[in-house]
Every structure is written in structure tokens, then in C-alpha cells.
Design a binder for this molecule. Structure first.
Ligand code: G3P
Length: 221
């Protein structure tokens, strides 16, 4: 399962790279707004800086902020021209699905975002989205089991041999990651703190402390 980092912050992207746990990046307008970017030029430069940190088989999802069809496809085409590693992120709306269809026909990769039901995921796949992004944590927030949706989408996609890859988003903790891996989806995207938390287990710390203590009590360096 691929690990994408859900951030627009260059330091966090570098940290994930140094952990050896970076397969791609996802951004959204809220994450971009945290990066002190004040005009289109700065935003474009920032996306290029992210792309330059990635390897050829990795990509960054850059989201359109337009909501009508024509503006979405124009914005999507401009984003895609910035760098070959850009995937155009489009929200799950009627216009969004049409835009995904248009961009996919032009061989521009898309990521259908803000997906909260198997029906929406089905439409995204039929439209030719490269990725579908179901939001696990935000469903949990409203007392619906977000992981259940991931299972449903996987089931539906397998029934029809859809090529759209499931990129689980809104991943909040290590259990989300582990369950997604058990379901067997293509990728998850999470903040760096979730990736860091996977390293930790109290028994590892206790065990390691004991090993060193035992060694040092008997063996002279
Ligand atoms: O990029 C979209 C998604 O991952 C947002 O996560 O934690 O804001 O629900 P969260």
C-alpha cells in the first residue's frame, strides 16, 4: 500500500522522504491556505517545488477551486501543464464528474475528492478518475464507519474491474492505516504524525531498554 502525505508543507514532505515513507503527496485548498501563498504565481511555484521533490512514479494531487464545468476544466488543464507529476483533484459534484470525464479523455490524471458514498465512488470510476478519495475520518466524525465505505468501494470496483485506484483520505490514526492495508487498497494519504505513530509501540521501547540494560550490566565495551 502506498503512503501519500496529506500536506502542502515542504518540510513535512522532506520529513516523510527521510523516513523512506513517501510515495506521493495530496493537497487541498485548506492545506494550501496554511502555506503563506498570496497569489497564483506563488501557488504555481509551490506546486512545482512539491513536484521537484517527487520521483517519476510519484505524483501530487492539486485541487481546482472552481465549481462550474468550464472553469474547472480550464483550471485543471492549467494545473496539469505545470508539471507532469500533477494529478488534478476535482470535487465530487455533477460538474466535477463531467470535468473528470473531459480531463480523462485528454489523458490528464484526476483524483475525485470529497467522496462519502459507494455511489459517488461508482460515478467517479465510470467517469474515468485515476484516483478516488473517500474520506474515512470525516465519516467517522458523523458516526458512520468510514472503513466500511472503503470495503464497499473495493467490492464495487472489483465487481466491474474498474481501474480507478482507491486513495483513502482523511486518515487520522494508525488503526485507519492498518485496516486499509488489510482491505488491500492502493494507497492512503495522511498527515506526517500518523506515519510517525506507526513506528511506535510501548513494548518496543520497554524491550529495547531492557536489552541495553542487560548487555551493559555484563559486557564491558
Ligand atoms: O485531503 C483531504 C483529507 O485527507 C482531509 O483530511 O483530516 O481534514 O478530514 P481531514
Amino acid at each position: 500500500m502506498k503512503f501519500f502525505i496529506d500536506t502542502a508543507n515542504l518540510k513535512e514532505i522532506d520529513q516523510a522522504r527521510s523516513l523512506g515513507m513517501l510515495d506521493g503527496v495530496t493537497t487541498n485548498p485548506s492545506l494550501m491556505s496554511k502555506e503563506s501563498l498570496f497569489n497564483q504565481k506563488e501557488i504555481q511555484k509551490h506546486y512545482i517545488s512539491i513536484c521537484e521533490r517527487l520521483k517519476n512514479d510519484e505524483n501530487v494531487s492539486a485541487e481546482v477551486i472552481s465549481s462550474n464545468y468550464i472553469d474547472m476544466i480550464q483550471e485543471g488543464e492549467k494545473l496539469a501543464l505545470l508539471h507532469p507529476r500533477i494529478v488534478v483533484k476535482i470535487p465530487m459534484t455533477k460538474n466535477g464528474i463531467q470535468a473528470i470525464q473531459y480531463l480523462s479523455n485528454k489523458r490528464i490524471k484526476t483524483n475525485c475528492t470529497l467522496v462519502f458514498s459507494a455511489g459517488q465512488a461508482f460515478l467517479a470510476a465510470k467517469a474515468g478518475a485515476y484516483y478516488v478519495s473517500p474520506f474515512v475520518g470525516r465519516l467517522d466524525d458523523v458516526s458512520y464507519n468510514g472503513l466500511k465505505l472503503i470495503r464497499e468501494i473495493k467490492n464495487v470496483y472489483e465487481n466491474y474491474f474498474f481501474k480507478t485506484k482507491i486513495l483513502a483520505a482523511s486518515i487520522r490514526h494508525s488503526l485507519h492505516v492498518i485496516e486499509c492495508a488489510k482491505i488491500g487498497i492502493h494507497a492512503i494519504t495522511s498527515p506526517i504524525k500518523v506515519i510517525n505513530s506507526l513506528f511506535n509501540h510501548p513494548l518496543t521501547d520497554i524491550g529495547l531498554e531492557q536489552f541495553i540494560k542487560d548487555y551493559q550490566s555484563k559486557i564491558n565495551n
